[in-house]
Design a protein around this ligand. Structure first.
Ligand SMILES: [Zn+2]
Length: 371
């Protein structure tokens, strides 16, 4: 059995997005998930001995500054002060809502990623799930958008590269929406890290022609030192788990093996689930666990098993919680807890296998021997 850390604090539920109107990215998401983790013996007093509760720390302002502009940080700070004063929600874009505790919650969301990384490097745990809010992968240097405030996964990448001297980090963003904020920040290389540090970034998302944010296409492969190390896997609606498995087998795993990551981060959004109303990818709750099945051997071979998963989207409470318990169970070395019927769409499979993957190989092949 492996030791798995769950990073959680009630502050993640204090970012209140529905004071005025109902909002899909709501506090119930983490409240529901943590209670499911408790029921499964993965969190709380009755947790099994290989599960660890990790207390998140507050990120320092200078740490947030490594990925975000002064003006964005000030905007979030000021708007949360006003939101607290009037006990109402304020917005940074039409989708992204702040309440009186949002700034603190966002600092703890980023800091929770640092706490997880510290616990892994201290040898307490092998891997971690950070059940944090607000999410991060749509936020870029100067904009909090798409429900996201600070970009937790990029801040984690910088923390690994600066504080832990990790030279090779891989990110797998499996949220149904493209990790456009993350890609914006790192498109020419990760800022404010040692020169020799390298990032390989995968975003597996629903075809942006059919879903927010409408960017991050296969042709966007990075530039400068990052060229060939940004991979946008744009799956058609109704792809299901099997298309992700094809992308893993033919693209992600061979590239990871060639890259040899020393740490693997996941932007873990669960809105690709077939019960999620915001997207149409048609994944099951075991689909995410099956990604861990395939990536874990690579993490063990090159990264001493070091992986952390950061919550992004996921708007059907039950689907998200089922998916999370499956993923955490897999991280611990145990089996799936919940399985649903698989829905495979033959046209999507055929498109992914014969069109999308060969096209991505053609674009990225010049940079990789293994594909
Ligand atoms: Zn999403």
């Amino acid at each position: 059995m492996k030791n798995v850390g769950i990073v959680y604090d009630h502050i993640y539920a204090e970012h209140k997005t529905n004071l005025m109107y109902s909002h899909p990215e709501r506090a119930d998401r983490v409240i529901h998930a943590i209670s499911r983790l408790r029921e499964e013996g993965m969190y709380g007093e009755n947790r099994r001995s290989n599960f660890f509760e990790i207390q998140p720390r507050l990120a320092a302002l200078e740490e947030i500054h490594l990925a975000h502009s002064e003006s964005l940080i000030t905007e979030i700070q000021e708007k949360t002060v006003r939101a607290a004063k009037f006990h109402q929600n304020l917005t940074t874009d039409p989708d992204t809502v702040l309440s009186g505790e949002s700034y603190t919650a966002a600092l703890y969301a980023a800091g929770g990623n640092f706490s997880a990384i510290d616990a892994i490097f201290d040898g307490i745990i092998n891997s971690a799930f950070i059940l944090c809010r607000p999410p991060g992968h749509h936020a870029n240097v100067s904009a909090s958008r798409g429900f996201c405030v600070f970009n937790n996964i990029i801040l984690a990448t910088q923390y690994l590269m600066r504080e832990k001297r990790i030279k090779k980090v891989a990110i797998i963003d499996w949220d149904a929406h493209a990790g456009n904020g993350s890609e914006d920040i790192v498109y020419s290389g990760v800022p404010n890290v040692p020169e020799e540090a390298e990032l390989l970034f995968f975003s597996i998302h629903q075809d942006p022609r059919t879903l927010y944010p409408g960017t991050c296409f296969p042709e966007d492969i990075g530039q400068g030192k990052q060229k060939g190390k940004i991979v946008n896997i744009t799956l058609p609606p109704r792809s299901g788990d099997d298309c992700v498995q094809l992308a893993l087998d033919h693209l992600i795993l061979p590239m990871l093996r060639e890259f040899k990551p020393e740490y693997i981060l996941f932007s873990a959004g669960f809105d690709g689930h077939h019960r999620d109303h915001l997207t149409n990818l048609g994944y099951t709750s075991q689909g995410y666990g099956k990604i861990i099945d395939k990536v874990m051997p690579v993490a063990e071979e090159f990264a001493q098993g070091r992986m952390s998963l950061t919550l992004e989207g996921g708007y059907n409470l039950e689907a998200q919680s089922n998916s999370i318990v499956n993923v955490v169970s897999k991280l611990s070395g145990a089996g799936l807890i919940i399985e649903e019927d698989q829905k495979t769409n033959d046209q999507c499979l055929e498109y992914t296998e014969n069109k999308l993957i060969p096209y991505l190989k053609k674009l990225l092949g010049p940079y990789w021997k293994n594909i």
